[in-house]
Ligand binder design. Structure first.
Ligand SMILES: C[S@@+](CC[C@H](N)C(=O)[O-])C[C@H]1O[C@@H](n2cnc3c(N)ncnc32)[C@H](O)[C@@H]1O
Length: 410
């Protein structure tokens, strides 16, 4: 356990604290792999349930609504031991403070083209992207329409945008022109070699929610181009080209914690920003899949999960019977005998409640894994000669991907 009392103000991480926290999280994640690796969606019972029977029974007795209510804050669940011990350790290991902030405001005209939540994220990112030496030229990496670059350049600093979707590049150009800004919006695949021609030592690259490989690429090319500073708020850690996570820092390379692409999805399992309709649809889809799973185990006479492909939402309009029969055909299963479809559908919903409640244990490891991944990035940047700060740039409710890395050459 790292030395942190509840009374100490929580700070952002920098210097030796980065490695110290990485090592603590690394041990925690390795020790508790049996709790976060097995997926209740895939296994009818989890190996840990045998060891912690009271906890298992308590979770299994809860409703779907109860699971939903605790989903985003599993730490607060009053579950039987040893849940609270794991929760407390996870909470302490993930305590991280806000980065230094400088309040500033953009004129209303700058936000008219930006969805409300996105604008708030851009504002928050801008107010925390503070360096000892004020940047002379921002480079918005995977910029979309370039809202971040524009906002950062409010005080007159030059900015360029790199984005590979031509429609976003065009839209970004139009907005910049309307606001009288002489920015370059380049149509550029950042994974292509040619991106090196877009990057200069004098640039300060920034990336708000550039996915997996895209922000890793930025760290690599920005260090190679000797950029003196950069700021990144990563997201979608599982959007990588390989099947296995490739650690970046020496510490992570030396760890026995090996992560698959699927493992990298764990930190992204929140539902903070999903609306009620989307959540309802997701529930129906999952309950049906779980009902079908019970059926396929019986028909195949193999008590094992059978992966099924993503299905169009129109499949949810079908009766549950038609859904199962067509999915069985799609998976080339033996003929399906008539069933009590109502009972099977109800069993799917019951399993969904069980899955969601058992998932609360995995939920305790979402943020630790995310922080581990961020610290791997922080340590990598340190190795490249940067002084690094890692902290929050906005509230979790605005976006669960609310952590930011600031790197600056000493
Ligand atoms: C999650 S969005 C973030 C956009 C912007 N930073 C923002 O916060 O609004 C990721 C962006 O990366 C762009 N993108 C994806 N792959 C890319 C690539 N290989 N090269 C350049 N841009 C890419 C997408 O088109 C998208 O606009």
């Amino acid at each position: 356990m790292i030395g942190m009392s509840k009374l100490e103000p929580v700070s952002f991480l920098q210097g030796a604290a980065l490695e110290e926290r990485f090592n603590a999280l690394n041990s925690f994640l390795i020790q508790h792999q049996p709790l976060w690796r097995p997926k209740p969606f895939i296994q009818l019972t989890l190996p840990w349930e045998q060891t912690y029977q009271a906890l298992s029974a308590w979770l299994r007795a809860r409703s779907l609504d109860e699971a939903e209510a605790a989903h985003n804050s599993p730490h607060t669940l009053q579950a039987p031991l040893p849940f609270s011990g794991w929760a407390e350790e996870s909470r302490q290991l993930c305590a991280i403070g806000e980065l230094p902030r400088q309040h500033s405001e953009a004129p209303n005209a700058w936000s008219v083209d930006v969805p409300g939540r996105k604008w708030e994220q851009v504002e928050a990112f801008t107010q925390h992207a503070l360096f000892r030496h004020p940047p002379s030229h921002w480079l918005d990496w995977c910029s979309g329409k370039g809202h971040l670059g524009r906002r950062l350049s409010l005080s007159g600093t030059a900015f360029d945008c790199l984005e590979y979707d031509p429609s976003l590049v065009d839209a970004g150009r139009c907005i910049s022109k309307r606001l009288g800004l002489s920015a370059h919006h380049y149509e550029q695949d950042v994974m292509d070699e040619s991106v090196l021609n877009r990057l200069e030592t004098s640039h300060t690259p920034v990336a708000l929610h550039a996915c997996g490989d895209l922000h890793v690429r930025l760290m690599q090319v920005a260090s190679a181009a000797r950029c003196s500073a950069l700021a990144i708020a990563p997201c979608c850690y599982n959007r990588i080209s390989g099947e296995q996570y490739r650690p970046l820092s020496t510490d992570a390379k030396g760890s026995t914690l090996l992560l698959s692409k699927e493992d990298l999805g764990l930190p992204l399992c929140e539902t903070v920003t999903a609306g009620a309709r989307v959540r309802r649809q997701r529930d129906i889809s999952m309950a049906r899949r779980l009902g079908f799973d019970l059926l396929q185990r019986e028909i195949r006479e193999i008590d094992e999960y059978l992966p099924t492909p993503p299905l169009p939402t129109s499949w949810l309009q079908r009766t549950f019977r038609d859904y199962c029969l067509e999915l069985a055909t799609l998976k080339k299963l033996p003929p399906v005998p008539e069933q009590d479809w109502k009972a099977l559908e109800a069993a799917g919903w019951m399993r969904l409640a069980t899955v969601r409640n058992l998932e609360l244990v995995r939920g305790l490891f979402r943020r630790p894994l995310e922080l581990w991944l961020l610290l791997d990035r922080a340590l990598y940047l340190q190795e490249q000669g940067y002084q690094v700060k890692l902290g929050r740039f906005c509230d979790y409710d605005l976006t669960p991907r609310n952590l930011m890395l600031l790197a600056e050459k000493p």
